[in-house]
Structure formats: structure tokens, C-alpha cells
Design a binder for this molecule. Structure first.
Ligand code: HEC
Ligand code: HEC
Ligand code: HEC
Ligand code: HEC
Ligand code: HEC
Length: 178
């Protein structure tokens, strides 16, 4: 009990500290601070990574095919899904919904899971070139029926890895902040 009290007091102090830091730097308060660990919003189609990347063993880059070249890792276009789903599971109402959108030239409005605040910048290509794999940051996505935010994406989390001597990663503020 005692311990829990001190823990919440500690959390309270940290949060107050962060909030005053935010108002001092003139940043707008952003709910969640990017600390949305575990975040897994509802998606328009219940896409299952454990089925596709796990059981079917489809490579991450088959779908997220821009990730090695760009800052952002793209979400695949419906045409990538339809490579298989023109034939596979056509009796499923989800697949029928995808087919209808595809025939009309529409796309699926996927809801973002990860979202750094606007003042922070991240670059996928630079990390992949250094051989950091997806799972180090995103966890065992190939076992997730519904993908969720695995790491807290806090500044501490980024710095912690950048500080490891073998990584030779930059620590100056402007590398990560606009
Ligand atoms: C068959 C295509 C496909 C494969 C293979 C695939 N993904 Fe995805 N991925 C998607 C789609 C579609 C979404 C958006 C829907 C969702 O969030 O569930 C997504 C979302 C994600 C997200 C969350 C993006 C966000 O909104 O922040 C991450 C992280 C991710 N995938 C990582 C991986 C990793 C790592 C692998 C390999 C282990 C992988 N994916 C394999 C199609 C795929
Ligand atoms: C060094 C950590 C790290 C690695 C390695 C990494 N990611 Fe990410 N990923 C992130 C962060 C941080 C974000 C949030 C970026 C933002 O909001 O701007 C993100 C976001 C995403 C998104 C959402 C779209 C976007 O770019 O914002 C997808 C999809 C994704 N990652 C897939 C992958 C896949 C697939 C791999 C491996 C090929 C991978 N990531 C490797 C940290 C990483
Ligand atoms: C390389 C082939 C392939 C690709 C590409 C692919 N899928 Fe699949 N998908 C499958 C297979 C195989 C199954 C499992 C069929 C079964 O249950 O026997 C499946 C199952 C599904 C199901 C479950 C259907 C149900 O009701 O049981 C959904 C939803 C789905 N996929 C969505 C997607 C989406 C969205 C994309 C694109 C981001 C995609 N798939 C890309 C092969 C693929
Ligand atoms: C698991 C380790 C790891 C994590 C976690 C990580 N990084 Fe990195 N990061 C690296 C390494 C290694 C490099 C050096 C890459 C190079 O030298 O090209 C790097 C380089 C960078 C660069 C410079 C890229 C360029 O264009 O040269 C930026 C910006 C960056 N990281 C931002 C972030 C942010 C923001 C986060 C947290 C959201 C983060 N990183 C989390 C390992 C990591
Ligand atoms: C490796 C990347 C990285 C480096 C280097 C870095 N930051 Fe950050 N910083 C982040 C990320 C990501 C966030 C957003 C997540 C969070 O609030 O923890 C952040 C958040 C912040 C915030 C909180 C703002 C808010 O809205 O919550 C401040 C203030 C800040 N950084 C200042 C600095 C200063 C000053 C330095 C240099 C001494 C620095 N950062 C270096 C990645 C980095």
C-alpha cells in the first residue's frame, strides 16, 4: 500500500514536471505524449498479422515495401491485398468489402497505431540500414492478431538505444527535433 502511494506520488510528480516542461517550451499539450504503449485502435477490416506474417509467413517488406527507402513505412495499397484476395477467401464478408472498394478505386482508411508528436522526427530507412530489425522496436508483430504499439516511443527509449557505444548513433537534440 505504502509503496503504491509513493509510486503514484512519483508518477504525479513526473507528469507535473513534464507538463510544466511542455508549457515552458510553449508546446501544445498533446494527450498521451506519445506514450501510447499497448495502443491498438479498431480497424475498418480486422487485419491479422499473425495469420499473414506468421502462419502464411509473408515477409514484412512484401507489404511495407517502402520501409527501406523512406522515412515512413507505408501501409500497403489494396492492390497488394488483392494479389491474393481476388482468389483467396472470397466468401468472407471482409474480403467482399475489400473487393467492392477495390472495384470502385477506393482505399481502406486504416487507423494509425503509432504516432510521434510533430516536433520529433524518425527515419525508418536509416535504422534498417544499420541492421536494426522491425521486432526490436515493434515487438513480435508476426504473433499479433491485432497489431499494437509495443514500445513506449518515449525520448528515453530512443536515447537509451542511441547511447549504446556500439551504435554510434547521434545524441544531439536537432537530430530528432525540428
Ligand atoms: C499482408 C500484408 C502485411 C504484412 C505481411 C505485414 N503487414 Fe504490417 N500492416 C499491414 C496493414 C494492412 C496494416 C494496417 C492495419 C493495422 O494496423 O492492422 C499494418 C500495420 C502495421 C503496423 C502499425 C502501423 C501504424 O499504424 O502505426 C506495424 C508496426 C506493422 N504493420 C509492422 C509489420 C511487421 C513488423 C511485419 C512483419 C513481421 C508486418 N507488419 C507484416 C499489412 C501487412
Ligand atoms: C528503431 C525503431 C524502429 C524500427 C527498427 C522499425 N520501426 Fe516502424 N516505427 C518506429 C517508430 C518510432 C514509428 C512511429 C513514427 C512516427 O510516428 O513518425 C514507426 C512507425 C511504423 C509504421 C507506421 C507508419 C509510419 O512510418 O509512421 C509502420 C507500418 C512501421 N513502423 C513498420 C515497420 C516495419 C515493417 C519495420 C521493419 C522493416 C519497422 N517498422 C522498423 C520505429 C521503428
Ligand atoms: C500472399 C497472399 C495474401 C496477401 C498479400 C494478403 N492476404 Fe489476407 N489472407 C491470405 C490467406 C492465405 C488467408 C487465410 C485464408 C484461410 O483462412 O484459410 C487470408 C485471410 C485474410 C482475412 C480473413 C478473412 C476471413 O474472414 O476469414 C482478411 C480480413 C485478410 N486476409 C485481409 C487482408 C488484407 C487487408 C490484405 C492486404 C493488406 C491481405 N489480406 C493480403 C493471404 C493473403
Ligand atoms: C534499437 C536502437 C534504436 C532505437 C530504439 C532508436 N534508434 Fe535512432 N538510431 C539508431 C542507430 C544505430 C542510428 C545510427 C544510424 C546511422 O548511423 O546511420 C540511429 C540514427 C537515428 C537518426 C539519424 C538518422 C539519419 O538520417 O542519419 C535519427 C533522426 C534517429 N535515429 C531518431 C530516433 C528516434 C526519434 C527514436 C525513437 C522514437 C529512435 N531513433 C530510436 C538506433 C536506434
Ligand atoms: C534520439 C532522439 C532524440 C534526441 C537525441 C532528443 N530527443 Fe527530445 N524527444 C524525442 C522524442 C521521440 C520525444 C517525444 C516523446 C516524449 O515526449 O518522450 C521527445 C520529447 C522531448 C520533449 C518533450 C516535449 C513534449 O511535447 O512532451 C522535450 C522538451 C525534448 N524532447 C527536448 C530535447 C532536448 C533538449 C534534447 C537534446 C538535449 C533532445 N530532446 C534530444 C527524441 C529525442
Amino acid at each position: 500500500m505504502q509503496r503504491r502511494y509513493f509510486f503514484s506520488l512519483f508518477v504525479g510528480l513526473v507528469v507535473t514536471g513534464l507538463m510544466s516542461l511542455v508549457s515552458l517550451t510553449g508546446c501544445k499539450f498533446q494527450p498521451g505524449f506519445g506514450y501510447n504503449q499497448g495502443h491498438a485502435p479498431e480497424q475498418p477490416i480486422p487485419f491479422d498479422h499473425s495469420l499473414h506474417a506468421g502462419k502464411q509467413n509473408i515477409q514484412c517488406q512484401y507489404c511495407h515495401n517502402q520501409v527501406e527507402r523512406s522515412k515512413h513505412s507505408n501501409i500497403p495499397a489494396l492492390s497488394t491485398c488483392m494479389n491474393c484476395h481476388m482468389q483467396v477467401k472470397t466468401d468472407s464478408p471482409h474480403i467482399q468489402k475489400m473487393r467492392e472498394a477495390y472495384d470502385k478505386g477506393e482505399s481502406i482508411e486504416w487507423v494509425r497505431v503509432h504516432m510521434l508528436p510533430d516536433h520529433a522526427r524518425f527515419n525508418h530507412a536509416a535504422h534498417l540500414k544499420k541492421g536494426v530489425n522491425c521486432q526490436t522496436c515493434h515487438g513480435p508483430v508476426e504473433t499479433m492478431t491485432k497489431v499494437y504499439q509495443y514500445s513506449d516511443l518515449s525520448m528515453g527509449w530512443c536515447i537509451n538505444c542511441h547511447r549504446q557505444p556500439e551504435n554510434k548513433a547521434p545524441l544531439n537534440c536537432t537530430t530528432c527535433h525540428y
